[in-house]
Design a protein around this ligand. Sequence first.
Ligand SMILES: O=C(O)CCC(=O)C(=O)O
Length: 285
Amino acid sequence: MIADISPAEMTAAQLTQFREEGYILIDNALDADTLARARAAYEKVQSATEQAWRDMVQSGVFKGGYGHGPDAHTMGNPYEHDTVFLDIADNPRMMPLVEEVIGPTVQTMEIVAHCHHAGTNAHTAWHRDWPPYRHPQYVLKAKVFYFLDDQDESMGCFSIVPGSHKRDEDPPRDDFRDEKLEQMPGMKKIVGTAGSAILWDVTLWHTGTANVSNRDRRILIYGYQPFWVKKWVNGLPPEVIVDWANTPRRRQLMGIHAVLGRASWDIKGVPYLPEHEEMVKAKRF
Ligand SMILES: O=C(O)CCC(=O)C(=O)O
C-alpha cells in the first residue's frame, strides 16, 4: 500500500488542460519510498525476463505490445514478480485524477514495465490507441506513465501532439516515420523528473522517439478504462491479483467486481468479499 499523501483533487486548470490538450503532468506522483520500491522491483523483473527478451530479439520474431523488440523490452504483468506494481495501480496521488477523467467505475486494464534502451531507434510509429469515441464527460481510455528516472529530450521520449485527441482523423503515420518521425507538426516531447507522471487520453496522436542518450528510458505504464469494458476474457484473474484485491474498491480496480456498476458485469468465478456481497444484494441489476 502507498502512503496516503494528501490525495490530489483535480484542479479546474488541470481538468481544462486535460480536456483541451489531452494530458496533464504531475510532479512527485510517486513518493520517494514508493519510487525506490518501484525501481528495485523493476530491476528484479528485468533480470528475470531479460534472457527471454534477448532470445526473442535473436530469433527475429517480435511479439508483444509497446514496441517489444530490438528497441524496447516490454515487461507485461510485472505484478507477478512484485505487488508494488499493484499498489501503484491504486496510487492515492493519481486515482482522484484518473477517476475524474474515466469516471467512478474505473478499472486497470494493463500494467507494464517498459525499457527503451540507450542508443536504440524509435520503438513505435505515430498512432493513437483507440478510435476517437467521444463522451461529454469521460474518456474511454487513459494511461498513466510514471518516470523511474529523470528523463530528458534525448532519452527516447514519449511524445504527443497536444490537442490531437479532438481530431477525427488518425495521424498520417507514413508521412512522419523513421527519419521524419520528429517532424510531426505540433509534436511535444514529454520530459520529467524521476517519480513524475503523465496522465493522457490515448486518442492523442503519440509515439516514442529514438533514445540517442547513453541511459535507458525506464517507465511504468498503467492503462485505465471503465469497468464495463471486457477484461479477464481468457480466464480468471491470477491469484496474486485476487489476494491483493482485498476491498470492494480494489476488486473493482482489478476488473473483478464492480462497486458502482451492475452486478451482471462481475466476474462470477471469483467469490465476493462478504462486504461486497452485501452491496450486490442491494443492486437492482
Ligand atoms: O513508449 C512510448 O513512448 C510510446 C507508448 C505508446 O505508444 C503507447 O502507450 O501506446
